[in-house]
Design a protein around this ligand. Structure first.
Ligand code: NAD
Ligand code: IPM
Ligand code: MN
Length: 360
């Protein structure tokens, strides 16, 4: 089969990690008789430098036309990069938000899995890790604080800024359905995370999620306040199966979830909507502090490519082959700097990619 993939290398470590993911996809293609055609698309700082905007109409159209999108990361150092002198709508992240919104990718799946081989890189104690854990953060991606009205103005001579957190019941329903559907294929437990003791949007969230749960009698639904959830993720991550939450909470909790899997460099993500066209990207950013040094861990991006094969192309066997390849490389003791621990062999971005390909 032929597949058309829009590839957005982006900024910082983006081009380095995407390069490795493409090589892995090509190796899978050779083994299983698929051809992946790549169309490079500009977004983020790279697009600002060439076109003045973080995502052009043409770039969005090219992404829409593809079968699926593979993204590295966008953005620079927010304190020092000249991109952050621009008005907010012209900064790198605005391109990513426009892409997510433009394609209606409201369901962001971030699987947090502690591979057995990486227990040494997990900062938690052995008795907390136990037999390891495997949960999913299901993050709403096109609503909430990210897309509510915002403004900055002077009120009686005092600089004042507003960001609004808005959800309607339909937005909550559709993401809740995703969470319950995914839970049905896993351990049938959904923990909905909110701040219903303070926020109206969370009170509506909790109510609507309970209504949706009625269609899934086999799934156990619990609610948890987000501050408690942040604590529970390090106290006992094994308790979770599917964490369902809104955009901003999901952003923060998924970075926390990544660290208990050993590193942010391990956390993949898939963003989907009502069609098979998805956006696949690591959960981490452009890591400007290590860009261009062959140090970045490409595994989160490669795992995201595996998610693309599974969710957009329904190539389950091929996705499994990538995931097993990664496990084997970790078993052999190869580690990038972020997951390095005693007695292991440190390798760079390119070498990690090469070792994974060898396992296919
Ligand atoms: P970051 O995730 O880029 O980096 C945080 C820390 O984790 C850094 O020390 C970095 O070196 C390390 N790290 C991240 N990915 C790694 C990897 N694959 N291997 C090894 N180490 C890794 O977050 P930040 O520093 O807060 O943000 C930097 C820029 O990235 C900002 O401009 C931000 O807006 C952007 N960002 C983009 C995305 C995206 O494109 N999806 C996501 C998050 C942040
Ligand atoms: C992520 C990132 C983005 C987000 C930024 C870059 C807009 O942190 O994908 O987690 O907050 O969604
Ligand atoms: Mn984030």
């Amino acid at each position: 089969m032929n597949y058309n993939i829009a590839v957005i290398p982006g900024d910082g470590i983006g081009p380095e990690i995407v390069e490795e993911a493409k090589k892995v996809l090509d190796a899978v293609g050779r083994k299983y008789n698929h051809v992946f055609h790549y169309t490079e698309v500009l977004m983020g700082g790279a697009s600002i430098d060439k076109t003045g905007v973080p995502l052009t109409e043409e770039a969005l159209a090219a992404a829409k036309k593809s079968d699926s999108i593979l993204l590295g990361a966008v953005g620079g150092n927010v304190s020092t990069s000249p991109w952050y002198i621009l008005p907010p709508a012209l900064r790198p992240e605005a391109g990513l938000l426009a892409l997510r919104k433009g394609l209606n990718l409201f369901a962001n799946i971030r699987p947090a899995i502690l591979f057995d081989e990486l227990k040494g890189a997990c900062p938690l104690k052995d008795e907390i890790i136990g037999n390891g854990f495997d949960f999913v953060v299901m993050r709403e991606l096109t609503g909430g604080l990210y897309f509510g009205e915002r403004k900055t103005e002077e009120v009686d001579g005092i600089r004042t800024a507003y960001d609004s957190l808005v959800y309607n019941e339909n937005e909550i329903k559709r993401i809740a359905r995703w969470a319950f559907d995914i839970a049905m294929k896993r351990n049938k437990r959904v923990c909905s995370v909110d701040k219903a003791n303070v926020l109206d949007s969370s009170r509506l969230w909790r109510q609507v999620v309970k209504e949706v749960a009625k269609d899934y009698p086999e799934v156990e639904l619990t609610d948890m306040l987000v501050d408690n959830c942040a604590m529970q993720l390090v106290k006992d991550p094994k308790q979770f199966d599917v964490i369902l939450t809104e955009n901003m909470f999901g952003d923060i909790l998924s970075d926390e979830a990544s660290m208990v899997t050993g590193s942010i460099g391990m956390l993949a993500s898939a963003s989907l909507g009502d069609t098979k066209l998805g956006l696949y990207e690591p959960s981490h950013g452009s890591a400007p502090d290590i860009a261009g040094e062959n140090k970045a861990n490409p595994i989160a991006t490669i795992l995201s490519a595996a998610m693309m094969l599974r969710y957009s192309f329904e190539l389950e066997e091929e996705a499994n082959a990538i995931e097993n390849g990664i496990k084997n490389v970790l078993k052999k003791g190869y580690r990038t700097v972020d997951i390095m621990s005693e007695g292991k062999t440190m390798v760079g971005t390119k070498e990690m990619g090469q070792f994974i390909i060898k396992e296919l």
